[in-house]
Design a protein around this ligand. Structure first.
Ligand code: NAP
Length: 392
């Protein structure tokens, strides 16, 4: 990584990939075809390094997430993955969560924009152009939970009663919601830098601080403090400028529940969003639905301090379609475009996005969009990739 936080990428990098379970066998080759063609168009070549996770890893190594896979992402910094099955009853809660935790990928990045021609349930999907920065390591997702009726729950309830005077019903399960200044500020810092670098207009801190004052409320306060301490030359908080930022980036905040209404009724008022883990989970899917659903929503998990990033399908493995060359590879293809942006290959990323856009505009789509689009030309997963390559 360079001193300015960007990655120094050779023209022939080695990039690890996880094919993914279920429809991964269809989606990955289609995506790779697009990536290789787009890289070649700009005089570059990727050496793909297969690493194992999920069912394929379990079959071949007896482990769901082998250490070599994690190490490959550490060594090569960026990688891409198809969807992975969450093992039911296995020792691992979720492979995706495990990867985020071991690599400390503290940002879940979800750009949400509409592509002309994509079927949408709202009247003006073209007004949706938001980028969500969801905190990935804290909040109720940190995994600190005890089940109702266990000795641990009883001890905790007693302790909270004795030490803090809290009366919690005896038959409660309990979860802990940690939100730290460190975790909040590094997330919000990444969102502000992203917004400044790309000439975005605003960052909205989405929180539930009116109720959860010392976690979500603190997230908001730390955000504004960060703007004053580190970004006063390029950004300004709402209260410090009465909503008039001049040519600086505006940092504002909104309560999570009203945000879920306003992203529908006034999407043009939202640009980059920085939020906590649970709010971000809800918001990402609610927004993805407005622009065509998870079939083409890209996602990434990134640590902006190390540069490490795992770019991923946001849809699941859709096992009933596995091996049928049927499903939409758009999510992995657009996640790849995000990955190329992250490594500084803006030209490659731009070509992929424009070619996908042109393909959809020509109504060349997979079954999921075809069933919602009048006059569509339905193609297979691999044929969609070929159509995108033709339009690169
Ligand atoms: P899912 O695999 O996302 O499938 C649900 C439905 O979404 C599918 O039946 C299909 O709808 C549609 N869909 C999914 N992928 C699509 C694609 N590429 N193109 C078009 N439509 C697509 O969700 P799930 O059935 O709840 O989960 C299956 C497994 O995936 C579970 O093990 C889950 O844990 C895992 N999962 C992994 C990830 C990840 O790795 N990122 C994310 C979510 C879930 P229709 O049948 O209506 O066409």
């Amino acid at each position: 990584m360079r001193a300015d936080g960007t990655l120094a990428t050779p023209d022939d990098p080695i990039i690890p990939f996880i094919e993914g379970d279920g429809t991964g066998v269809d989606i990955w080759p289609a995506s790779k075809m697009v990536f290789d063609a787009a890289a070649a168009k700009h005089g570059r070549k990727i050496t793909w390094l297969e690493v194992l996770a999920g069912e394929k890893a379990y079959r071949e190594t007896g482990e769901w997430l082998p250490e070599e896979t994690v190490q490959a992402f550490r060594d090569h910094l960026v990688g891409i993955k198809g969807p992975l099955t969450t093992p039911v009853g296995g020792g691992i809660r979720s492979l995706n969560v495990a990867l985020r935790q071991v690599l400390d990928l503290y940002v879940c990045l979800r750009p949400v924009r509409w592509f002309s021609g994509v079927p949408s349930p709202v009247r003006h999907p073209e007004k949706v152009d938001m980028v969500i920065f969801r905190e990935n390591t804290e909040d109720v997702y940190a995994g600190f939970e005890v089940a109702e009726g266990t000795p641990e729950a009883r001890r905790l309830i007693q302790h909270l009663h004795d030490e803090l005077g809290w009366n919690i019903r005896a038959d409660s399960g309990i979860g802990v919601k940690p939100v730290s200044e460190t975790g909040s500020k590094r997330l919000i810092r990444a969102a502000i830098r992203y917004a400044v670098d790309r000439g975005r207009k605003s960052v909205t801190l989405v929180h539930k601080g009116n109720i959860q004052k010392f976690t979500e409320g603190a997230f908001r306060a730390w955000g504004y403090e960060l703007v004053r301490d580190e970004f006063s030359d390029v950004a300004v908080g709402w209260d410090d400028c009465d909503g008039n930022p001049g040519d600086r980036l505006l940092v504002k905040d909104a309560i999570a529940d009203i945000t879920l209404q306003q992203v529908l009724t006034r999407p043009e008022e939202f640009d980059v969003i920085a939020t906590l883990n649970l709010n971000g989970d809800y918001l990402s899917d609610a927004l993805a639905a407005q622009v065509g659903g998870i079939g083409i929503a890209p996602g990434a998990n990134i640590n902006y301090m190390t540069g490490c990033g795992v770019f991923e399908a946001t849809n699941g493995t859709a096992p009933k379609y596995a091996g049928q060359d049927k499903v939409n590879p758009g999510s992995v293809i657009l996640s790849g475009a995000l990955m190329f942006e992250h490594i500084g290959w803006m030209d490659v990323a731009g070509s992929i996005v424009r070619a996908l856009e042109a393909t959809i505009a020509d109504k060349v789509v997979t079954y999921d969009f075809a069933r919602l689009t009048e006059g569509a030309h339905e193609v297979r997963c691999s044929e969609l990739a070929e159509a995108i390559v033709e339009r690169l």
